[in-house]
Structures are given as structure tokens and as C-alpha cells.
Design a protein around this ligand. Structure first.
Ligand code: DCP
Ligand code: MG
Length: 371
């Protein structure tokens, strides 16, 4: 071309589902700070600023290079005044006064510690904090506190499940579950989802979809799998939630609402001998096994693509997919279905690509969804 005009710098979309975000984060100094601020707002139940900092972090994660001056933020979406003030401080002196203050705050530290236990959410953590409890030994020594079953095993396996799960461990668990599922029904389908599907090296748990093409069979598959895991002596904890899926329901407006597929939240015992390169264990730990958090979800086959898209994440990517669908396309999307409000009809999909196409979005690969 003889006289191509100077190419305009590609604009960054306000929607994470129109950005490509790999696991390589060039702006971690900023995004770590934003995550502390978001979490602090979350602990105080202040939703607006919490989401604003998460959105800002997500935008910076998508950038191909480090932001090295405020000028570079000029054309970026989702960066408000507060966000920019924090960035400016980080650029000037390498740390943020506000973030440092939160990190040294007793309430923040305590809520962070308590919510790191499986089964303890911000509400429970807050309740314990208000009662003057500050450490795990405070909680365990307090006779009036009743731990539920989930929290009991959260404390019991704390050392193991607070340590991250490696990709090799995730793969090993996949092999275990795959074998169990196929022994139950030879046509079982297993897919790794969550952070590992996005190419992350480590995760806090391992997420799988497990189902079968046989209609209706997915409703009992998970309890069959759990029975077998129990039989093998590797089921350390299980919370089974049967399907409440209703095909006639419109997709949910609420993002945080869990989907209605049969699912279970597990803690499994993983043998070191099954993991290539060995366990991601504490130094000097010679038990030869570790406990790992595993989530299984079992959608009917005709909803497989929606479930896969929904469980692959990231959370921010999912939020923005739904927001984009609603605001830009007048469609409702959740883990079960896509509904076109204009045409007043459900849009079927056999693959994730079909869903992106219905939404008029360029396809984003799983490893580009680390928003
Ligand atoms: N998810 C969702 N709605 C929920 C819970 C989860 O849409 N209420 C989706 C988005 C997540 C995925 O499921 O990406 C898996 O949830 P995790 O909490 O396991 O998140 P990740 O796998 O992304 O992170 P980690 O590596 O910490 O496990
Ligand atoms: Mg996960």
C-alpha cells in the first residue's frame, strides 16, 4: 500500500470478553494493589468500589506491556479517579499508602485469615471478628462456636488445601476421576475447567465437568462417582448438590447465583505416586499424599457448551460476558442458556464458539480469558 494512514492505536474494550488476557500479567504491581483494595471493600460490603478496582485490574492485566507513566493510561477504560491516584502513587514511590494501611490493619488481616478456611465466607469471618476472635486457636478454643461440617474439614485439612495445586496434580486427579467415571459409564466425558483450562500453572482447587451423552443419566452420575471415590478411600469430604435445573427458566440476572446443575464440592486424597514430578507438598512432608479441593459439575449434554464457558472463567471474564450480552445485545446469558430478548427465543449451542458467534463476539481462546 502506498499511503496507508498512521494506524490508530487499537482501543481497549471496557468488556473483558472483547480483550485477550493471558496468564502473563505485566502490571502486577498495580493489579496486586487493586486486589487488596477490592478485597477490603468486599469485607466492608461496599460493592461499587470493589467491582471498580476489579475491573481496573482486569483492564491492566490485558495490556501487552507495563504501564510506566500516567500518560499511558489516557485511553484506557474503567480507570476512575481513585484508581489513577493509586497508580500515580505506585509509579512515584513504589508503594501505596492506602494499600499499606489496609495490609497492616488488624481487621483486614483477621478477615483475610478467617476467609482462607474452606467454608468460611466474609459473613462468618466478620461475626467471629466482632466476637473478639483473632486467630485459629481463638476459634477452636471458643466453646460457643459451632463449626459446620465444611468448616470442620476446612480446619482439618487447612495445611494441604491452603497450599496451591499444581498442573501435574490437576492432571493426576483428572486421571483418577476419568477412570472412575468410565467404569460407571463407558461414554462418560470429563473436561478440566477453571483456571487450569485457562493455562494457569497453579490453582486453589481443580474444577471438572463430568457428564454423559445419555439423556438424564447425568442426574445420577455424580453420586455414583462419589460412591466409588468413597469405596477407594480417597473421599475426605463431600458436599453434594442435586440438580435443580429447569429447562424453561430464563437465564439468571444475578451473576453470583450458583448454577442449577448437579454438582459436588469435594476434598480428595491424592497419592504422590500418581503425580508426575511428585506432590506440591510442604518441605519435609513425608506422608506421600495430600488433600486437594475438587469441584465436579454435571450438566445435561445439550447444555455442555454453556457450562464449559461458565466454569472456565475467569470470574471477571464471566461477569463481562453477561454484562455484554445484556447491555450490548439484549440477551441473557448464564451457565445454562442464552436467551434473545428481542426474538424471545433461546439460542442453542453445541460449542463455546457457537455462543461467541450468537453474541457477535470474536472467539477468545480459554488461555486468553485470564481477565
Ligand atoms: N464460577 C462461576 N460462578 C461461581 C463460581 C465459579 O461462574 N459462583 C466459575 C468461574 C471460575 C470457575 O467457575 O473461573 C472456577 O471457579 P474457581 O473459584 O475455582 O476459579 P478459578 O479456577 O478461576 O481459580 P483458581 O485457580 O483459584 O481455582
Ligand atoms: Mg478453580
Amino acid at each position: 500500500p502506498e499511503s496507508s494512514p498512521p494506524t490508530a492505536k487499537a482501543t481497549v474494550s471496557q468488556y473483558a470478553c472483547q480483550r485477550r488476557t493471558t496468564t502473563e500479567n505485566k502490571n502486577q504491581i498495580f493489579t496486586d494493589a487493586f486486589e487488596v483494595l477490592a478485597e477490603s471493600y468486599e469485607f466492608n460490603e461496599i460493592e461499587g468500589p470493589c467491582l471498580a478496582f476489579r475491573r481496573a485490574a482486569s483492564v491492566l492485566k490485558s495490556l501487552p506491556s507495563e504501564v510506566d507513566c500516567m500518560g499511558a493510561t489516557q485511553d484506557l477504560p474503567c480507570l476512575g479517579e481513585h484508581t489513577k491516584a493509586v497508580m500515580e502513587e505506585l509509579l512515584q514511590c513504589g508503594h501505596s499508602f492506602e494499600v499499606e494501611k489496609i495490609l497492616s490493619d488488624e481487621r483486614y488481616q483477621t478477615l483475610k485469615l478467617f476467609t482462607s478456611v474452606f467454608g468460611v465466607g466474609p459473613k462468618t469471618a466478620e461475626k467471629w471478628y466482632r466476637r473478639g476472635l483473632r486467630s485459629f486457636s481463638d476459634i477452636l478454643a471458643e466453646p460457643s462456636i459451632h463449626l459446620n461440617r465444611m468448616q470442620e474439614s476446612g480446619f482439618l485439612h487447612y495445611g494441604d488445601i491452603s497450599r496451591s495445586v499444581s498442573k501435574a496434580e490437576a492432571r493426576a486427579l483428572g486421571n483418577v476421576i476419568d477412570e472412575v467415571a468410565r467404569a460407571i459409564t463407558p461414554d462418560a466425558i470429563l473436561a478440566l475447567t477453571g483456571g487450569f483450562r485457562r493455562g494457569k500453572e497453579f490453582g486453589h482447587d481443580v474444577d471438572f465437568i463430568v457428564t454423559t451423552p445419555e439423556p438424564g443419566r447425568e442426574k445420577t452420575l455424580l453420586s455414583n462417582i462419589m460412591d466409588e471415590l468413597k469405596e477407594q478411600g480417597i473421599l475426605l469430604y463431600s458436599d453434594y448438590q442435586p440438580s435443580t435445573f429447569d429447562i424453561s427458566k430464563l437465564p439468571s440476572h444475578r451473576f453470583e447465583a450458583m448454577d442449577h446443575f448437579a454438582k459436588c464440592f469435594l476434598i480428595l486424597r491424592l497419592e504422590g505416586s500418581q503425580v508426575e514430578g511428585g506432590l506440591n507438598s510442604a518441605e519435609g512432608d513425608s506422608r506421600g499424599w495430600r488433600a486437594v479441593r475438587v469441584d465436579l459439575v454435571s450438566p445435561p449434554m445439550d447444555r455442555y457448551a454453556f457450562a464449559l464457558l461458565g466454569w472456565t472463567g475467569s470470574r471477571q471474564f464471566e461477569r463481562d460476558l453477561r454484562r455484554f450480552a445484556r447491555l450490548e445485545r439484549r440477551m441473557l446469558l448464564d451457565n445454562h442458556a442464552l436467551y434473545d430478548k428481542t426474538k424471545k427465543e433461546f439460542l442453542a449451542a453445541a460449542t463455546e464458539k457457537d455462543i461467541f458467534a450468537h453474541l457477535g463476539l470474536e472467539y477468545i481462546e480459554p488461555w486468553q480469558r485470564n481477565a
